[in-house]
Structure formats: structure tokens, C-alpha cells
Design a protein around this ligand. Structure first.
Ligand SMILES: [Zn+2]
Length: 696
């Protein structure tokens, strides 16, 4: 590996050497001089020398042969080096190949003539040459003439080649075969760095070095928090949620640091588990009070047994169930309160809380069925509404009664996703399969969410984190579980009747968009989107661009709470903060240090929201709504700006009693807290439906 790498870099350096302007200039000068020498060699002896002056002709011939061989050796070395630098691709260029053949032929003939030039030179006055015959002389003269013509062709071709060399070598030899695009970028930058005026300007050189470092480090989308104006809590929160790399230790450290690194978890665990069972809480309190003492004890052994049962209970499977009829679903959707509310389903300020009430706790079922029907997807796709309804009922039932990541959020994401997909600049590029798949993807994107984040599952060494190797744990879990449900019974197959290609396409798109809801991809999405939008890639998007658009749609829908009108936004905020606090309480029980913004006693909700909106949401929605058009800027982005202003002005008071009302929602931590249990009053949800088995 290392040998190959070394070889590659040497070849690259050699290529760059030949591309330097100075080297090109020297090559041209050498070739021009060579051309003049050849012309002199051809012309002078015939004009200036007496035909019978063999002595002078031989001397002249020997001198010019030596000069000629010197040039040819130089050209041979150059040919070898260029072939080495450009690889065989260099010789695949017809121009280079002819040039190489001419140089080799000229060199070979000159070597052959060497024998004649030095051993057969003949003076007719010399008695030893008396037997020299005419045939020998004539054949020598013909050979020399051929060599001269070859040499002239060589010189002319080399002169032309050096002019085109940079272009030809770069385009055909250098990158086409061995170079990746990134290698080309690095080569260009390297060349730029060596080319005046950059070589004399320290700042430019510094910038180029920075660009090269970023590219080589493979962290194009990493966000640098150092030097920013973020609070330590905010930095800790971003690190904890994976938005920024946990490598930014400086930004999340300090007196009030709460986000956890693996070592800190171990510390906290030893604090709690090393003591008596009663010492759990006091251990955590000590850790919080002392703000993680500097001395780091060694990590404790993993002992998952104590909490294994409770952890597992958060992910109990939700069976498909059965029931007699689906007629009631149609009646519910077509009935007065729901149908009236659905008239506004295409609007951004759609009230999901009200919708949940009027649908009697079936917001996902009613929203998805409505969106599929109102967009006439069944005119283009073989949609089995009975299967779809059954699946949505089961899906809805699998959402847990946690404060935020419940079926309201699932339905809200389906609403937001459809809203974004219906924007002219997006919908123009979507197939009917894309539309259907992504409405479903939004509905299933937080299926069976346990109410704790990825960091908690990783830090607590949860079995699901082990299953997915700490990579997008919840997102992988949601897709996997929702898909298992879909395939668990034939009458839940929402793709029944789809072709194999349609099914494969839908599944790939859904997996891609749901995995894209992991917050750690926030800046990836944003930066890639900016880059592609600046390149006008969404005018005629490739498949990867359509996927990026869809990932943007679902991510935007997922984090759109601050872009909603205030009366909706603040309710979502209350829910997400309550879920944070309940996670904080679970962390306390687990003996872990409480994560940033998750300590009910110390967190300032308004500050948390201001930081979250200003750092993450505002830049994202600014870019996204600018792309979508003026209408979205006027509604969504204006909401973001006015909402953050309310938080800044009114502080926590802005929430009123919303948070207190949510405290009645139990965290899903009890071993008996199976899904489908009676939801909290504040959610306004009805008991889980009896999933029917027969169609309408
Ligand atoms: Zn979500």
C-alpha cells in the first residue's frame, strides 16, 4: 500500500515538473536549437565542402553525429520520464506515439551509422582505402540522408508537441486513467501554488495550503466551532446530537460541560456503579456538582445486565393486529370536522394538534391517505388502499407516547414532506413513485422512537446501538422496524402490485431519506445542497440530486418546528424540551452525566432555542426557502425570524403553561410501558385502534 502511494506521489510530482512553464520553455529552446543544428548538418556540407574533401566531411560527420546523439539521448530520457509520469495512457495518444517511434528510430539509425562514421570513413589518398568500393559509399550516404530526414521530423514534431504538451498530457494521460477528481483538484492547486504570482504571495499560498489540507482531511462538511460565539451548552448539545464532530472537545469543555465523551461516561459510571447501589444518585450529583473532576479514573467493566430488561422494553415489537372493517376510516376522513380541516392540508400553517383531536388520534392515517388521494397517486400507481390503511394504522400504533417523537410528529413530518415535495422547483423532478414513497417515508421516519437520542443509546451501550454499530442508530432502527412491519403480513404490503423496479426504487429512496434525518448530516445536506444549487444542478438533476432534494425535504420537515407560526412552534418546543428533560432524568437514573439542555433544573429553554435556531435552523431555512421561492421565504423564513425574536424578547415566559401540561406524559422507561398503552391526556390521543383485517 505504502509503496503504491509513494510511487503515485512521485509520478504526480514528475507530471507537475513537466507542466511547469520553465520546463516547457527549456524544452522548446532545446528543440529549436536541435532543429537549427540539423538544418546546418543537412545544408552546410553540400554547399561549403569540396565533394572530394573526404577528410573534412568525415570530421564534420563525426562531430555532428556526437552532437546529434547527445540530443537524442536527452530526448530519450525525456520520453522515458514522460511515459513514466503519464503511464501507458501517454503513449495511447497518437501524437506522442509517433514522436516516440521517430526518436527511437533516429536513435537506432544513428547507432548503426556510428559504425560507418568511425570505422569506414575513407580517404581516397590513403592506400589502405584503395579497395573501398562505391557501393559502400553510396549506401552510407543514403542512410545518413534518411537519418537527417528522421531527425528533422523528430525536431519539428517535438517542437509542435511541446506546445500542446500541457493540454495533452493533462487531459489524456494524467487524470483519465489513474487520477480521481480529487487528485486532479490537488494537482491543480499544487500547480497554482508553484506558479507566480502565488509563489510570492504568502497569503495566497496559505489559503491554498488550507484548501489542500481540508481536501486531504476528508472533512469537507465539518463545522468548526472554535472561535464561534456559541455557548458551551450549545456546543455540547451539537456535539451530543452528532451535528458536529465530538472531536471539538475544546468547544464542549469547560465548567458547565454536559455532553458526554466515552471516557466521561465511563467516569460517571464508575462514580455511580463503583459505589453501593444507593450511591447511584449521589454519584451522579457529585459528578454534576464538581463538573467532572479533572482526574480520570479508569473505565469500569461493562455490566449491561442490570438495565438490559428496561432497555429492551423500549423497543417492543408492535404486532400488525386485525379487525373487521376499515369503513370507519373512510367515514372519519370524509366526515365533517376532518374533511373541513383537510381543506387546508396543503398550507404550511396546518394545525396538526387540532387535526389530531378531530381525527380521534389517527393523524398519520388520515394525513397520508388524504395526501395520496388528493395528489391522485392512485391514478398512476396500483395502490391498494386497504393494505395502505391497515399498514398506517399499525404504523401509527407503533409510535410511542413520548412527548415529542410520537404520531403527531410522524403526521407532521408527512404533512411537511408533502408540502415541500409539492413546491414547483421540487415536484418537477419527482416521479409518482418518489412522491408515494416519500410521503410514506416521512410517516415512518420516527417509528417506535423511544424518546431518547442516539447519543443516549450509544453512551448507555444499548443493544440497538450495538446492533447498528453506533451509526445512525435510531434512523436505522426506524427504517428497519417499519419495513419489518410492512412485510409482516401480506395485507400490510403497501407496494402490492408494484413492479420489481418500482418497489426497489421506492425502498432505496425511503431508506436514503430516512437515514438522512440523522442530525449528524445536517451540515452535509446543507453544504452539498448549496454546492449543487450554485452549480444549477437542480435544473436538470441527476438521480443523486433528486435524492439530495428529497433528503432536504424530509430533514426540513423534521426540524421545521421553528419555521411554523408561533402558536404551533411553541407547542412543539414544549414537547421537544419535555422529551429532553425526560431523557435527562433517565440519564440521572442510569448514573450518566446529564446531556446539554436536558437538565430540567438548570436549562434555560429560551437560550436553548435561540442557539438552536440561530446556529442550525436559520442558515438552513434561509438557503432552503431561497431555493423554493418567495412564497416560502415570506412564510417559513419569516416565521423563523419572528419566532427567534420572541424567544429573545420574552425568554422562557413565552412558553406559558405549555411545558407544565406536558409533564404528565410518562417517559417510556418502565418495563411495563409497552407501546399502545393509553396515551397521556396532553397528547389528546385516543386509544390504539383495533387494526382490522378486511378491506372496505
Ligand atoms: Zn423526526
Amino acid at each position: 500500500m505504502s509503496t503504491t502511494k509513494h510511487k503515485m506521489s512521485r509520478r504526480t510530482r514528475l507530471r507537475l515538473f513537466f507542466e511547469q512553464q520553465k520546463v516547457e520553455l527549456v524544452t522548446v529552446v532545446v528543440v529549436v536549437v536541435y532543429m537549427f543544428i540539423i538544418i546546418i548538418d543537412i545544408v552546410v556540407p553540400d554547399i561549403a565542402f569540396d565533394e572530394c574533401d573526404y577528410q573534412l566531411r568525415d570530421t564534420w560527420g563525426q562531430v555532428f553525429w556526437a552532437i546529434d546523439m547527445g540530443f537524442l539521448v536527452v530526448f530519450l530520457i525525456e520520453l522515458a520520464l514522460r511515459t513514466y509520469a503519464g503511464g501507458l495512457e501517454y503513449l495511447k495518444d497518437l501524437y506522442n506515439l509517433i514522436d516516440a517511434i521517430i526518436i527511437l528510430a533516429a536513435f537506432s539509425i544513428s547507432l548503426a551509422v556510428f559504425d560507418q562514421t568511425y570505422t569506414n570513413s575513407c580517404d581516397p589518398n590513403d592506400p589502405s582505402c584503395a579497395d573501398d568500393d562505391d557501393n559502400n559509399t553510396q549506401s552510407l550516404a543514403r542512410l545518413v540522408r534518411v537519418v537527417r530526414i528522421f531527425r528533422l521530423i523528430t525536431a519539428v514534431s517535438k517542437f509542435q508537441k511541446t506546445r500542446k504538451n500541457t493540454e495533452v498530457t493533462r487531459k489524456k494521460a494524467k487524470y483519465k486513467k489513474t487520477g480521481s477528481p480529487i487528485e486532479r483538484v490537488l494537482d491543480i492547486l499544487l500547480k497554482l501554488r508553484r506558479t507566480p504570482p502565488f509563489v510570492d504571495i504568502a497569503v495566497d499560498r496559505e489559503n491554498i495550503n488550507f484548501i489542500m489540507d481540508v481536501i486531504i482531511s476528508d472533512s469537507l462538511y465539518a463545522v468548526n466551532l472554535q472561535g464561534g460565539s456559541l455557548s458551551k451548552d450549545m456546543a455540547g448539545f451539537l456535539s451530543n446530537t452528532g451535528v458536529v464532530s465530538s472531536g471539538n472537545d475544546d468547544s464542549s469543555g469547560g465548567k458547565r460541560r454536559k455532553s458526554l465523551t466515552r471516557g466521561e461516561i465511563s467516569m460517571a459510571r464508575e462514580d455511580s456503579e463503583g459505589a453501593s447501589p444507593k450511591g447511584k444518585k449521589s454519584g451522579r450529583k457529585t459528578a454534576t456538582k464538581d463538573n467532572e473532576a479533572a482526574a480520570a479514573p479508569p473505565p469500569p467493566p461493562i455490566n449491561p445486565a442490570a438495565r438490559a430488561h428496561r432497555r429492551k422494553s423500549q423497543f417492543v415489537a408492535n404486532p400488525a393486529g386485525g379487525g373487521p372493517s376499515l369503513v370507519w376510516v373512510d367515514r372519519l376522513i370524509e366526515g365533517d370536522p376532518v374533511a373541513k380541516l383537510l381543506e387546508n392540508a396543503q398550507k404550511w400553517d396546518f394545525d396538526m394538534f387540532e387535526f389530531n383531536k378531530v381525527t380521534q388520534g389517527h393523524p398519520i392515517v388520515c394525513m397520508v391517505l388524504h395526501q395520496v388521494k388528493v395528489n391522485n397517486l392512485d391514478d398512476y400507481l396500483p395502490i391498494n388502499f386497504a393494505n395502505l390503511t391497515r399498514y398506517l394504522l399499525s404504523l401509527e400504533d407503533g409510535y410511542k407516547d413520548v412527548p415529542f417523537h410520537n404520531k403527531l410528529h410522524g403526521a407532521d413530518a408527512a404533512h411537511g414532506m408533502t408540502f415541500f415535495m409539492m413546491q414547483p422547483k421540487v415536484t418537477a423532478h419527482l416521479s409518482k413513485v418518489d412522491l408515494y414513497a416519500c410521503i410514506l417515508a416521512a410517516a415512518m421516519h420516527d417509528f417506535e422512537h423511544p424518546g431518547v437520542n442516539n447519543a443516549f443509546l450509544v453512551n448507555s451501550r444499548h443493544e440497538t446501538a450495538l446492533l447498528y454499530n453506533d451509526q445512525s442508530v435510531l434512523e436505522s432502527f426506524h427504517v428497519s422496524r417499519a419495513w419489518k412491519l410492512l412485510l409482516s403480513a401480506p395485507n400490510l404490503d403497501v407496494f402490492e402490485g408494484f413492479t420489481q423496479d418500482q418497489y426497489r426504487d421506492a425502498r432505496a429512496t425511503m431508506i436514503h431519506t430516512i437515514l438522512g434525518t440523522d442530525m449528524k448530516f445536517h451540515f452535509d445536506h446543507l453544504t452539498k445542497f448549496k454546492t449543487r444549487a450554485n452549480a444549477n444542478a437542480f435544473d436538470e438533476p441527476e438521480k443523486k440530486d433528486v435524492w439530495l432534494l428529497l433528503a432536504m425535504c424530509l430533514h426540513a420537515a423534521d426540524v421545521s418546528n421553528p419555521a411554523k407560526p408561533w402558536n404551533l412552534s411553541m407547542q412543539w418546543t414544549a414537547r421537544v424540551m419535555e422529551e429532553f428533560f425526560q431523557q435527562g432524568e433517565q440519564e440521572t437514573e442510569e448514573g450518566l452525566t446529564v446531556s446539554a439542555f436536558m437538565d430540567r433544573a438548570t436549562t434555560n429553554i429560551a437560550k436553548c432555542q435561540v442557539g438552536f435556531i440561530n446556529f442550525l435552523i436559520k442558515p438552513f431555512f434561509e438557503e432552503w426557502t431561497n431555493f423554493l421561492g418567495d412564497e416560502c421565504v415570506k412564510t417559513l423564513f419569516s416565521n423563523v425570524e419572528s419566532n427567534v425574536a420572541v424567544w429573545e424578547k420574552e425568554g422562557e415566559e413565552a412558553l406559558g403553561d405549555k411545558l407544565a401540561a406536558l409533564k404528565t406524559i410518562p417517559a417510556p422507561k418502565s418495563p411495563t410501558g409497552a407501546p399502545g398503552a393509553a396515551p397521556g391526556a396532553a397528547l389528546g390521543a385516543s386509544p390504539a385502534p383495533t387494526a382490522p383485517t378486511s378491506s372496505t
